[in-house]
Design a protein around this ligand. Sequence first.
Ligand code: FAD
Length: 629
Amino acid sequence: RSRRLAARALARGARQGALSTAAAQLPAAADVVVIGGGIIGTSVAYHLAKRGGASVLLLERDQLTSGTTWHAAGLMVTYGSLSETSTEFRKYTKELYSIVLPEETGLDAGFKGVGFVELAATPNPNFNRYAGDVTDRLSEYRRVAAYNRHLGVDVQELSPREVQDLVPLCHIDDVLAGFYVPTDGRVNPVDATAALAKGAKLHGAKIAEGVAVADVETREVVSDGGGRHREVTAVLTGCGRRVEAQKVVNCAGMWARDLGARLGVAVPNQACEHYYLITDTMEGVDPNWPVVEDPENFSYIRPEGDGLMIGLFEGDPAPWGPVPENFSFGEIQPDWDRITPFLEAAMGRVPETLNAGMKKLFCGPESFTPDGAPLLGEAPELRNFYVAAGMNSVGILTGGGVGKLMADWVLDGAPPADVDVTGVNVDRFQPFQATRRYLTPRATETLARVYRTHYPDMQPETSRSARVSPLHATLREQGAVFKDVSGWEGADFYAGDAAAADAYAAARTYTFGRPGCWKAWAAEHDAVRSAAALIDMSFMSKFRVVGADAGKLLNRLCTADVANDTPGITYTQFLNEGGRLEADVTVTRVAGDDFLVVATDTAHRHAEAHLRRHAAAGAYSASVVDVTA
Ligand SMILES: Cc1cc2nc3c(=O)[nH]c(=O)nc-3n(C[C@H](O)[C@H](O)[C@H](O)COP(=O)(O)OP(=O)(O)OC[C@H]3O[C@@H](n4cnc5c(N)ncnc54)[C@H](O)[C@@H]3O)c2cc1C
């Protein structure tokens, strides 16, 4: 309640002060319009304005933070990701909240560097049905720690006793080790948003609250070569105003999918229920204790006031929706039956909590994506329309880095050369992955997996068989055990026959060592080396590039000469103007002006957009047809 009051006070103060809410004061045009005033939209606006050179307008439907941001737990953690991009987001964000914003704006973003400990414990038999070995968590976190140290995060491995020295009420009988980052901690999401908003204003951005974007206006552009694409021209507000825009950034949080869908843009994010409990005052709690994550019990614990906050990423989560348009500072009715076993396990880590009263069980919505990474970048379907959504419950702790990346991407028209955006680019998903049928179960499974052990070959269980090849039944008869390949079913290995494959899948456990299918893989490798193999690659992306200029276009994009008369397949790369790799492809000249381009599954829409955009920009007479399936 106090967070909600603070957020409302922030909005009131903002209204009374410099921030404009009156739709009448909206400018007629802005170079960049940012939709949504949560932590992400505010950070994008701040970084755009700070870089300068473009007029920036942020439009917020209701009040800043009123969607998801106001109720975030505020963990500010740099440990834990095996993505360099995400780890760099986290490091940058921590510095932004703790040093840069307070200095620049005079506002405290509420950062407390109390430290963070990730617990590696033996498997909880009620929850961890995949564990191959009791030390699997330890194996995982030692790997994560090594990688994070390589990226400059100061991770220290602690003994169970050292963990208890930091948090004396912590039960440690099952703890194998703690992974400690002394300078991590927590932040106040409302204060951080306020500081970003003030910084954005100081750098010249305009922020208007109470102004919903009802639609985005687009136009079709036809190039000299006949290629067509759509681009944004303006936003239309709910109060009937039109603001011309060169570029638009969709930071609408859990509303981002529907906003994208109205424009034909696939934004696969799904709101799910997300919980934390706050205890009454507890004896012996020190507000300077570090944040403790206890994944074996699907939970995290940190001081909150004179008590503790116990947050969950439960293994059996629930999707939420449809999201009402007027949902502001809202809560969801908790599902006590579903959540109680997880709460009990979580409270077992600090047994005193079982005797403490409960101040609040909070449930609010947060957006999750099919693979647990955010959706960032320019939409392949619509030029100059950018997306920054689907934060998978790390929107606060990555928000600074996300905002910085997006500002550079929007202003330069391309991501910076030193950031690998492959795993966060919104174009890695296909439109079918944004359908409710595929997305809702898969994104909910993403939440279920946040605190599971992350085995290298772990397979998703939901939304399988969205795409199957014509050979699927044949492969199954031959004993294929399938794995998920961008929504396709790909043969992972052959177990002998269909019954053996089913038995393997039913009894499957995972490991950081050699998987059970090791010998089957070895036999396949032997067959490929010593004889021959037929491999089903239906999941690869395939495009026909046809027309008088098809060869010229491909030779412009590829490193190799692909338009010569030598028969065969050319393995080559699409490079951009900076000489960086855009896609790894093969090109086959099928006939004179008819080429087949094959790219990997995850680069499907990236390669396609790259082809189409260059065909249009260079006025090449060439059409691109997706012939994948
Ligand atoms: C219980 C809980 C605990 C969490 N704990 C943490 C944590 O410890 N650390 C962490 O990093 N993250 C945490 N998160 C996640 C974090 O809160 C989110 O990732 C983050 O707030 C998402 O920010 P956002 O800006 O994308 O979305 P939002 O905050 O929802 O902002 C989107 C904004 O867009 C506006 N909008 C929507 N449609 C329109 C429109 N048409 N026109 C104009 N405006 C529009 C909305 O009003 C809203 O204000 C937690 C989430 C929950 C639910």
